[in-house]
Design a protein around this ligand. Structure first.
Ligand SMILES: [Zn+2]
Length: 340
């Protein structure tokens, strides 16, 4: 499963809900969040143009991240029956041009000039990683094209002297590019085989998660404690007779802790301990806390003092699976001889 909202993004969103606005690190966290949000919105915006392509049997995977030796993420991977495409999405605004002297892509925005990493080198590197991955897991190779798509309509591309300008697109060109590639490359694999490959890749998708508090040198004690009311957002709700009760607006809830436990799990690298949950929810009883956690479907690992609980949804997209070496036994391998 590839979650619609990346775990890293969920981590920053959760942190923003717990971190007091006057905390020194707050502006930095907001910046991180906004940058990711803009990047994600840019990637999402390509969905519309991919849907416009008149090509049957195209599978489009958004934000696939794989681990093999090192990890790599593809903004979009398009799986056709006779070809594949990797799209690297850029949300830059401003005037983008190629500085032949420094051999660097440069953008000018509000009079400020700044260079940025060549996205073509980036997408070619991703392809090299994908290729190694396909070889390692016995996935059929197909001609694979790589493009960089500038999705922001406010970007002005001045790249005529950029050697790779043909591989730099705006969103509007995406449908026709896919249509012409489909014309050029008739099917080599069957739809069923393509689905198997899609299934395998999605199954092996690994989300990036970080120790977010450590990274930003934030302590648990810096964070708001107590359960916020789902109606008025004030803290803390009181636990009374197996229910949460808001003293400010009178809201009662039986499951308001689910969201907060999930957020704490995100901040704790999916290692939620009873003590941590008890402290963050301001519960009086360790035993009642333990019941809340287990009834919310968390999986327990370890024993006694080393025990911790993990949310199964986070676990499913972040854990490393070892011993999963081959794609599928009995699979008919297609030797097409194509190299892209
Ligand atoms: Zn309330």
């Amino acid at each position: 499963m590839i979650p619609d909202t990346p775990i890293l993004m969920q981590q920053y969103r959760a942190l923003l809900e717990f971190l007091p606005e006057q905390h020194l690190e707050y502006p930095n966290i907001i910046n991180h969040f906004r940058r990711q949000d803009a990047g994600q919105a840019g990637e999402d915006s390509l969905t519309y143009y991919l849907d416009q392509a008149q090509v049957p049997s195209l599978t489009c995977l958004k934000r696939l991240r794989l681990e093999h030796n090192s990890s790599f993420q593809l903004d979009w991977l398009i799986l056709g029956l006779g070809f594949r495409v990797i799209f690297e999405v850029k949300s830059h605004t401003g005037e983008i041009y190629f500085d032949a002297k420094s051999r660097q892509l440069t953008r000018i925005l509000d009079g400020i000039k700044e260079g940025f990493d060549d996205p073509i080198l980036q997408v070619d590197r991703q392809y090299a990683n994908l290729r190694a991955y396909c070889i390692a897991y016995n996935i059929d190779q197909l001609p694979t094209y790589r493009f960089v798509v500038f999705v922001n309509p406010n970007a002005i591309l001045r790249l005529h002297d950029y050697p790779e300008y043909k591989r730099i697109l705006t969103s509007q060109r995406v449908p026709s590019i896919l249509e012409s590639l489909a014309e050029k490359h008739p099917p080599i694999i069957s739809e069923e085989e393509n689905q198997q490959i899609e299934h395998f890749l999605v199954e092996n998708h690994r989300e990036r998660a970080i120790s977010i508090l450590e990274k930003h040198a934030i302590l648990w004690d810096d964070l708001h404690k107590g359960l916020p009311c789902p109606t008025c957002n004030k803290r803390p709700m009181r636990r009374e007779r197996m229910r949460w009760q808001c003293a400010f607006c009178g809201t009662r809830s039986t499951d308001a802790h689910h969201k907060v436990l999930y957020q704490i799990a995100l901040l704790a690298n999916n290692r939620l301990t009873k003590q941590l949950a008890q402290d963050m929810l301001q519960m009086s009883s360790p035993e009642a806390t333990r019941k809340l956690i287990t009834r919310a479907g968390y999986i327990k690992f370890g024993v006694k003092k080393g025990a911790y609980y993990s949310h199964p949804d986070i676990l499913a997209v972040t854990k490393n699976r070892s011993g999963h070496k081959t794609r599928k036994s009995g699979h008919k391998s297609i030797k097409s001889g194509h190299k892209a």
